[in-house]
Design a protein around this ligand. Structure first.
Ligand code: SAM
Length: 284
């Protein structure tokens, strides 16, 4: 049976006597067009290996299996494993893996150059995406449904005000990011309280800016946004996560030509890179 409507999802839930768990972010997609559109954004061919995080009862997995060479579906809820074995029985290119997306080794599961496609569990959207990007997995493209406001933060630039922050820089440092389309809450069972959006993140071969020390770069970024209302000079010289003297901060800002009264939230990734490299050189 091809899934993708409210009645089919309800039928499966009844058949297996499943009550969905809010704590696991279980909001299932029940709209065939949206499922196919997600697969379309991921631009999947038979050459692709796809990892799906949180297959649920397998609605998106079925659409992925039709287009991809291989699909590896990682589901945390053990109650869903027999359901998936049933709904995916006729697709011989799907592997179901019982595991936690915050712990599995994606490269070990999928090899090299794979895509990740998912309707993510919203309680851990950001940790999953940042884990995929920061742990240097061999993933090429990530197409995921997330809360609309998280999607907006991921793609934000300094002109976008409060949406722009550590998440924007973390995502855009590693990927070319865009919002593919918005999704209303009415296409889920049960309906989440927020609207959603599908984001497409194409992993860059080289990060957007070259930096001397990536960890230090992100410390500078975090410090700059921790106290958004402060000037960049105050935020950096008072940051608890890096020990920088006021003189050192002043010297670095002057040398890279950034007005010390500006707010960190106005700097773009390239400016943060320049600044953090200079701070790094002066400090070490
Ligand atoms: N893909 C299905 C769909 O679109 O209808 C279900 C999506 S639902 C938003 C999120 C799924 O992620 C649920 O099936 C949930 O059990 C699963 N999940 C929650 N936490 C997880 C984790 N840490 N690792 C893997 N799967 C998880």
């Amino acid at each position: 049976m091809e899934l993708g409507s409210p009645s089919q999802t309800k039928e499966i839930l009844q058949k297996y006597n499943l009550n969905l768990k809010k704590s696991l972010g279980q909001n299932f997609l029940v709209d065939g067009n949206i499922l196919r559109n997600i697969v379309g954004v991921a631009d999947i061919t038979k050459d692709d290996t796809v990892v799906e995080i949180g297959p649920g009862i397998g609605s998106l997995t079925q659409q992925l299996a039709k287009e991809a060479g291989e699909v590896i579906a990682v589901e945390l809820d053990d109650r869903l494993i027999p359901v998936l074995e049933d709904t995916l029985a006729e697709y011989d290119n799907v592997k179901i893996k019982h595991g936690d997306a915050l712990e599995v080794d994606f490269d070990q599961l999928a090899g090299k150059n794979y895509k990740v496609v998912a309707n993510l569990p919203y309680y851990i959207t950001t940790p999953i995406v940042m884990r995929l990007l920061e742990e240097d997995f061999s993933v090429d493209k990530i197409v995921v449904m997330v809360q609309k406001e998280v999607a907006e933060r991921m793609v934000a630039s300094p002109e976008d005000g409060k949406d722009y922050g550590v998440l924007s820089i973390g995502v855009q440092y590693h990927t070319a990011a865009n919002i593919a389309f918005n999704v209303p809450s009415s296409v889920f069972i049960p309906q989440p309280r927020v609207d959603s959006a599908v984001v497409s993140l194409t992993v860059r071969e080289e990060s957007r800016a070259e930096v001397l020390d990536e960890k230090f770069f992100f410390k500078v970024v975090r410090a700059s946004f921790q106290q958004r209302r402060k000037t960049i000079r105050n935020a950096l010289s008072k940051a608890a996560n890096i020990d920088l003297s006021r003189d050192l901060v002043d010297e670095a800002l002057e040398r890279v030509g950034i007005d010390s009264r500006r707010r960190g939230e106005k700097l773009n990734i390239e400016q943060f890179a320049q600044l953090s490299d200079l701070l790094f050189k002066l400090k070490y």
